[in-house]
Design a protein around this ligand. Structure first.
Ligand code: NAD
Length: 501
């Protein structure tokens, strides 16, 4: 019998232990199993869906302002409990505490935006669309909605989804990543403390069995997913085949273009954070630099080498560290495998982070920053998402060559350009086939009142995550046309199509 703490589910406002299987939850900085998470079986997920369905009628009819007030209360509670939440993120994900704070703050901003839902749900009204006829469109909730989230932003990505969903009058079942589930669960408990009635937000921990139940149960009307592209594609196809509205955000391989006129020291500072922050485990990370011209490439590689030498790798709990461990042993081995493959395929390994030593944490999943030069389009390290602290520099001759490469890539999540040339920047941002573009901004992650999403195989579905698109995703439009004829007025029968002809 294990004595490890066990992480359960939150269903109808209560902690529930459902399912007979479990997964180990590791501390990636020590390599030790610290907790076990129960993996919900079909029956447990169905219980969560039933709880969300039962809570829906009353919640849907709760005045939007009262629903929004829960979000305002939650914002305060999240700020008060920030240290506790971020400690859980660092303990299970490994990222440094300052980075966890940044993630939480971005999540809080989504809660803040959800508190404006009454304004966002106001709809449209037109008077006299015909003789004494008025018409309006309103945005009604869908019912039970669900979210499935990845390991890399265990607090923020759930907050992209459920606050706006419930602020719009839906109820929700969240399935966080089984690798680092505790922070999302704590946030859900704080939401109850903030005034969210039981059943409005349910959390089931689990794996494919839980996900498949959410995807196929007819009571679930919409599914939001964030994770890797193969799973995103599966979620989209399966959810749609079961009649649901689905948005499925997938993987990425974001390129940064460095133009010959770029301010190299500024570009390199920006690239360091974008490539190695959170150990490269961000869907908006920059794993590739396209340097235009050999002079720019040489300057960037030389400056990166200097900056990398200053980096400190170690446990995320130590505020002096810049980079923590990778999330799991399997992922650690996979990323190291990519480094070996890059060498084998002919790229030049300028900085090798594979032998990094973190005294006292020998069993942790620490990989130091790695830097390749002379990466070429056919290489595996160019094509595939590595999701680790591995930055590759490619040398191209022109902006157009850089743009052709970016456009031809499977993914289209984010990209950026470093330049002082406004014309080049404008041409790039106008024409590049990528959903989120930065100009001298390495991580162009939209703020909470814009929406987030990539193009190509980085997103399946039509609407982006959070921001105004989330209001559309979690509601359906209804248009009502109304006429109150004056007493005594008789309408003749009209067989022609009603119009203002
Ligand atoms: P993942 O695809 O392995 O897992 C995501 C979720 O899907 C988890 O909740 C997991 O339990 C579930 N899942 C995994 N395998 C499944 C299966 N076979 N059937 C059903 N459900 C399954 O992703 P991850 O490793 O947790 O996260 C990293 C990935 O997420 C990267 O590819 C990253 O680019 C991507 N990501 C994308 C965005 C974005 O906005 N586009 C944001 C963050 C992360």
């Amino acid at each position: 019998m294990s004595t490890l703490p066990e992480i359960h589910h939150l269903i109808n406002g209560k902690t529930v232990a459902g399912g007979s299987r479990h997964a180990d939850v590791f501390n990636p900085a020590t390599g030790q199993v610290e907790k076990r998470v129960l993996l919900a079986d079909k029956t447990t997920v169905e219980q969560a869906i039933a709880s969300a369905e039962a809570a829906y009628p009353a919640w849907r009819n709760t005045p939007p302002l009262k629903r929004a007030r829960v979000m305002s209360n939650l914002k305060v509670l999240l700020e008060q409990h920030a240290d506790e939440i971020c400690a859980l993120v660092t303990a299970e994900h490994g990222k440094v505490l300052g980075d966890a704070m940044g993630e939480l703050q971005r999540g809080i901003e989504n809660v803040e935006y959800a508190s404006y839902a009454p304004e966002l749900l106001k709809g449209e009204h037109s008077k006299n669309v015909g003789p004494a006829i008025d018409s309006w469109s309103e945005f009604q909730a869908l019912g039970v909605t669900a979210g499935i989230t990845p390991f890399n932003f265990p607090v923020m990505v759930p907050l992209w989804m459920w606050p706006m969903a419930v602020a719009c009058g839906n109820t929700f079942v969240l399935k966080p990543s089984e690798r680092d589930p505790s922070s999302a669960l704590l946030v859900a408990k704080l939401a109850q403390q903030a005034g969210l009635p039981p059943g409005v937000l349910n959390v089931v921990n689990g794996d494919k069995e839980a996900v498949d139940t959410l995807l196929t149960d007819p009571r679930v009307k919409a599914v939001s997913f964030v994770g890797s592209t193969p799973i995103a594609e599966y979620i989209y196809a399966t959810g749609c085949a079961h009649g649901k509205r689905v948005q499925a955000l997938g993987g990425a391989k974001n390129h940064a273009v460095v133009m010959p006129d770029a301010d190299v020291p500024n570009a390199v500072s920006a690239l360091m954070g974008a490539a190695y922050g959170s150990c490269g485990e961000r869907c908006m990370a920059i794993p590739l630099v396209l340097a235009v011209g050999d002079a720019a490439a040489d300057a960037v590689v030389a400056a990166l080498k200097v900056e990398i030498a200053k980096m400190k790798v170690g446990p995320g709990t130590d505020a002096s560290n810049d980079m923590g461990p990778l999330v799991t042993k399997a992922h650690f081995e996979k990323v190291k495998g990519y480094v070996a493959q890059g060498i084998q395929e002919g790229a030049t390994l300028v900085v090798d982070g594979r032998n990094v030593q973190v005294p006292g944490h020998e069993a942790g999943y620490f990989l130091g920053p790695c830097l390749f030069d002379h990466v070429k389009p056919g290489m595996t390290i160019y094509k595939e998402e590595i999701f680790g602290p591995v930055l590759g520099v490619m040398r191209v001759k022109s902006l157009q060559e850089a743009m052709d490469l970016i456009d031809a890539h499977e993914y289209g999540n984010g990209t950026c350009i470093f330049t002082r040339d406004g014309e080049a920047a404008r041409y790039f941002s106008d024409n590049i086939l990528v959903g989120m573009v930065g100009v001298n901004v390495p991580l162009p992650v939209p703020v909470a009142y814009h929406s987030f999403g990539g193009w190509k195989r980085s997103l399946f579905g039509d609407l982006h995550a959070y921001g105004p698109d989330a209001v559309r995703f979690y509601t359906k439009r209804k248009t009502i046309t109304q006429r109150w004829p004056s007493a005594g007025v008789r309408d003749g029968t009209v067989f022609s199509f009603p119009s203002n002809r």
